[in-house]
Write a protein that binds this ligand. Structure first.
Ligand SMILES: NC(=O)c1ccc[n+]([C@@H]2O[C@H](COP(=O)([O-])OP(=O)(O)OC[C@H]3O[C@@H](n4cnc5c(N)ncnc54)[C@H](O)[C@@H]3O)[C@@H](O)[C@H]2O)c1
Length: 365
């Protein structure tokens, strides 16, 4: 089978990682890199002399030798650059989030569908061994019925000037939640710009899943220590996932059960405190697996794990969170039909008795 000819676009902090991983990926040839900044092109041109380094994106898209592009430019450029590439007939990998607005994601998805091209957002966490392990535990029913999940992503982080902490940190946890458990039915959020930088630097986001499980996420650039911690509590087992720990995933055989009453009204609780298991995890680099999935899907026409539909739902979740923040924490539904947007003050429609700010419906995540 002929290799996929790919070009990496944007050679700032992240783009060179895409080049390195694609260079090591099977059935792909990195034929070009593109960045208008000569200082960004220089080091790549020196390290990989066989790769053509170009300044103009338009010239790159006009090159018929290029089958696919991997875009790692600033977020506000994703939509226009992905759209131009699809219109030029190229398969597209685009860093997360796929676009700033969910309606722009829908436009990209329609273009990719019409042209039978792969459109893949770069949600790298979906390829990380701990996240995949937890997906398997959930799919195998090891946790039993999921009661709730909490996600903490906080540290003394760099305050971004152009995006809030929700847009900066949220996509990671939103993508994991969608991958593991599907789409929430509602989102509600509170947050504040604590240091007065003009962007929210702390946000607390609550969600409900269709089966009744509750989800809480906290995002902050203001915290004394770095926490990357997810806890899943099920009726059978509980899982703690900590990216910063040497044992990234721990499975606790712990829980509480109701004991059948011996006589009327004598319910008792039984506490189970069993083994703690730290499962063996594969050592693969997530970004390499992500690049391999993109290349394989370009070759086969299949849908990547980090699908466009999932990327669309991530952007919907960002928008629903922002809507809720605008309306002082009112719940926002993610399931409303297109065009059916209501403000939180309107209590004529409700979701579990709560006011709803509707968003666009997702095409099947
Ligand atoms: N998946 C991950 O874990 C992860 C990690 C970091 C960054 N990212 C994503 O990668 C993307 C880039 O982030 P970054 O930190 O590298 O940004 P950056 O600002 O360091 O780099 C962006 C580069 O794009 C170039 N660029 C601007 N206009 C261009 C054009 N028209 N054509 C080609 N190149 C152009 C700039 O010159 C710059 O070199 C963002 O979307 C970010 O969200 C993803």
């Amino acid at each position: 089978m002929a290799p996929v000819n790919i070009a990496v676009v944007g050679l700032g902090y992240w783009g060179p990682n895409l080049v390195r991983n694609l260079w090591e990926t099977d059935r792909v040839q990195v034929v070009a890199v593109c960045d208008p900044n000569p200082r960004a092109r220089g080091p790549i041109a020196r390290r990989y002399p066989s790769i053509r380094a170009v300044a103009s994106y338009e010239d790159l898209l006009a090159d018929e030798d290029v089958d696919a592009v991997a875009i790692a430019t600033p977020v506000h450029m994703h939509f226009a650059m992905a759209r131009a590439a699809l219109l030029a007939g190229k398969h597209v990998f685009v860093e997360k989030p796929m676009a700033g607005r969910s309606q722009d994601c829908l436009e990209l998805m329609a273009l990719a569908d019409e042209r039978s091209l792969v459109l893949m957002p770069g949600h790298t966490f979906l390829y990380s061994p701990p996240v995949r392990k937890i997906k398997k535990l959930l799919d195998d029913g090891e946790l039993g019925e999921l009661f709730f999940a909490t996600f903490s992503r906080v540290n003394l982080g760099i305050h971004q000037s152009d995006v809030s902490v929700v847009r900066d940190l949220g996509p990671h946890d939103f993508s994991m939640l969608l991958y593991w458990l599907g789409k929430p039915t509602f989102v509600r959020a509170i947050g504040r710009d604590a240091v007065g930088s003009g962007q929210l630097d702390v946000a607390f986001v609550d969600m409900g899943l269709p089966n009744g499980a509750l989800v809480h996420m906290e995002f902050s650039w203001l915290a004394p220590t770095k926490l990357r911690r997810t806890v899943l509590v099920g009726s059978g087992k509980m899982v703690v996932y900590e990216d910063t720990s040497p044992e990234q995933v721990r499975v606790f055989d712990r829980g509480v059960e109701m004991i059948e009453p011996q006589s009327f009204g004598e319910y008792q609780l039984s506490y189970r405190s069993g083994d703690v298991l730290s499962p063996r995890l594969d050592a693969d680099e997530p970004l390499r697996l992500e690049m391999q999935d993109f290349v394989d899907c370009v070759a086969s026409g299949e849908t990547p794990v980090s699908s466009a539909a999932l990327g669309y739902s991530v952007v919907q979740m960002i928008e629903a969170t922002e809507n809720s923040l605008t309306f002082n924490g009112s719940p926002c539904s993610l399931g409303a039909e297109p065009g059916e947007q209501r403000q939180a003050g309107d209590r004529r429609r409700s979701d579990g008795g709560m006011p709803v700010v509707g968003r666009l419906a997702a095409p099947g995540v």
